[in-house]
Design a protein around this ligand. Sequence first.
Ligand code: HEC
Length: 109
Amino acid sequence: MIGRVCLRGCIAGVATGLVGACGVLHAAAESVRRPAVVAVCTPCHGVDGRGVNVEIPNLAGQPGIYLREQLLAFRSGTRRHPQMKGLARSLNDREINALVGYFSILPPP
Ligand code: HEC
């Protein structure tokens, strides 16, 4: 989806002479592979890792080590939050790795 939208942008970019900048964006979008489990997070944290309201933190571009620690802390209950606790409990280590990898390499807002 990101790829397709950007591709259209790139075609427009050729016409307007902005193709250089778009090429970079396109390459970035291509390198971000979205694991299916991300769909659990996007209603709140957004598909681009930007919280949908001020009470929901942005995940995009946060250091992977930090994101992982937070998810493990929600899962174990050391960091308390009713919504995140329930969600984190349903995640296995492989899913946490995939989510951390995805959100940490998105461009920060
Ligand atoms: C129902 C909404 C909701 C969903 C769905 C949700 N989150 Fe959250 N998340 C929150 C809220 C609200 C906070 C802020 C918690 C707090 O204030 O301590 C948060 C905090 C976090 C944090 C800590 C961020 C920080 O800056 O400290 C991480 C990491 C996180 N969520 C990851 C995820 C992941 C990964 C998913 C998908 C598996 C997910 N969340 C799904 C609402 C949600």
